[in-house]
Ligand binder design. Structure first.
Ligand SMILES: Cc1ncc(COP(=O)(O)O)c(C=O)c1O
Length: 295
């Protein structure tokens, strides 16, 4: 077993202070724990710089606003704290996890007066999926749960509560030997994996579901731009699961997943091909400071 996350070394930034890692604690009667009143981000630093830090910080603030709370720190303050923590942790390549949550002043569904807490932790996390499997393509199962209708849940917020069905789905997939699960949406259309967006390739054209009920990932938007820079057409549209047999390549995108080829989804098969490989490379170039992606 590796070291538990609450026992790592270093510091965590919490509510304006740098605390020793092991002291960054919350009480058991924390609203965020009981009622999922928490929002978070997943960011990666490459070569000592957090990729698209401001976009992530703005999404964090917006996620809180959607849940009805305002973060007590500005985007500038959060960015400064992130950069300072990255420097203090001494990492060049790392994963960054900011989180904001309602505290423990009141318990109950209503918690109007609860303090909004903010913390940032940074640790080393090389690959989201098994590095050996990654370039061969990972295997996905089909999830039992579906992404909810935006009328049912605040789907534009990176809210902790929305991850309940993701953990259930990913655990069920892993128990069957898969790396992850493809989630359909409430209409039965292809949506995304449990922590990453999904893309397909057919006849040299990229197809990806419209992000109308799930997170429009920062990596998703970056990869769409990279593909367009390559002159590859990208179509955002409703994709039904029956269509999956017509696609030749499939890949996931996300801050943690980066660009990860997919070889199987349930009974459908894909072969990581030229377009996937090119985008894996372009994305690596894009996130690496001071090296432009392919023209
Ligand atoms: C459910 C879900 N979808 C998509 C993404 C991809 O988003 P991004 O590329 O902004 O990391 C993530 C990761 O944050 C996620 O958790």
């Amino acid at each position: 077993m590796s070291v538990p996350f609450d026992q790592l070394d270093g510091e965590i930034w919490m509510n304006g202070e740098f605390l020793p890692w092991k002291d960054a604690k919350v009480h058991v009667l924390t609203h965020g724990l009981h009622y999922a009143s928490a929002v978070f981000e997943g960011e990666r630093a490459y070569g000592g710089e957090v990729f698209k830090l401001r976009e992530h910080t703005e999404r964090l603030i917006e996620s809180g606003r959607i849940l009805g709370f305002q973060l007590p720190f500005s985007a500038d303050e959060i960015d400064t704290a992130t950069n300072e923590l990255l420097r203090r942790q001494g990492f060049s390549d790392a994963y960054v996890r900011p989180i904001a949550w309602r505290g423990s002043e009141m318990m109950g569904v209503a918690a109007q007066k609860n303090r909004i807490n903010v913390a940032i932790a940074i640790w080393q996390w090389p690959s989201y999926f098994d590095p050996e499997q990654r370039m061969k393509g990972i295997r996905l199962d089909l999830a039992e749960y579906r992404r909810p209708d935006p009328m049912t849940a605040p789907s534009k917020s990176k809210a902790a509560g929305l991850y309940m069905i993701c953990t259930i789905s990913k655990h069920a997939a892993e128990a069957k030997g898969y790396a992850d699960a493809l989630m359909l949406d409430w209409r039965g259309q292809v949506a995304e994996a449990t922590g990453a967006n999904i893309f397909f390739v057919k006849d040299g054209v990229i197809h990806t579901p419209k992000a109308d009920c799930f997170l429009n990932g920062i990596t998703r938007r970056t990869v769409i731009d990279l593909a367009k820079r390559r002159g590859i057409e990208v179509i955002e549209r409703a994709i039904m699961p029956e269509e999956l047999s017509g696609f030749s390549e499939c890949f996931l995108t996300g801050t943690a997943a980066e660009v990860t080829p997919v070889s199987e989804i349930a009974d459908w098969r894909f072969a990581p091909g030229d377009i996937t490989r090119r985008l894996v490379e372009d994305y690596t170039n894009e996130v690496t400071p001071k090296r432009a992606a392919a023209e």
